[in-house]
Design a protein around this ligand. Structure first.
Ligand code: HEC
Length: 123
């Protein structure tokens, strides 16, 4: 193969694979960050607070304080557990299940967003 063909092949390969990279990355993360942020701000922030620390304006008046999503306990829970809590809610407090309001994808999106507020820790 002469040099020209070789360079051409390298450029072609780069052009072919470059656009694939972001897609491959997006697929490895189920949730969509941008959408998750909007969902959190619209539905969760009033209780859990803008930063997720559980100090939202509504949360202040509740008998059971909203969970601090930045806490070690929450960060140790796997994504799947957060997903289930958000979908089904917790018993005996204001954190009702969101199954009827949010879609499966919405919940994945919001879990992904919560993970950016406080990265997961190993269990
Ligand atoms: C009306 C107030 C309120 C709203 C709105 C609310 N939550 Fe909660 N959330 C709570 C309370 C209260 C708890 C339970 C605290 C406890 O049991 O210790 C909780 C618990 C949680 C937990 C469990 C944390 C853990 O470590 O167990 C997650 C995750 C969570 N909420 C996410 C969300 C998401 C996502 C939304 C929006 C879709 C949301 N919450 C909306 C009040 C609220």
């Amino acid at each position: 193969m002469n040099r020209k063909t070789c360079c051409g092949l390298v450029i072609l390969a780069t052009l072919l694979f470059l656009p694939m990279e972001p897609t491959a990355f997006a697929q490895s993360q189920i949730g969509n960050l941008e959408r998750g942020k909007v969902i959190f701000e619209e539905n969760c922030m009033e209780c859990h607070g803008r930063t997720g620390d559980g100090r939202g304006p509504v949360g202040y008046f509740l008998a059971v304080q909203p969970a601090d999503l930045l806490s070690v306990e929450t960060r140790k829970k796997p994504d799947s557990e957060l997903y289930t809590i958000i979908r089904d809610g917790t018993l005996f407090d204001e954190m009702h299940g969101w199954e009827k309001i949010l879609s499966d994808q919405d919940i994945h999106d919001v879990v992904r967003y919560i993970r950016t507020l406080a990265p997961p820790l190993p269990q």
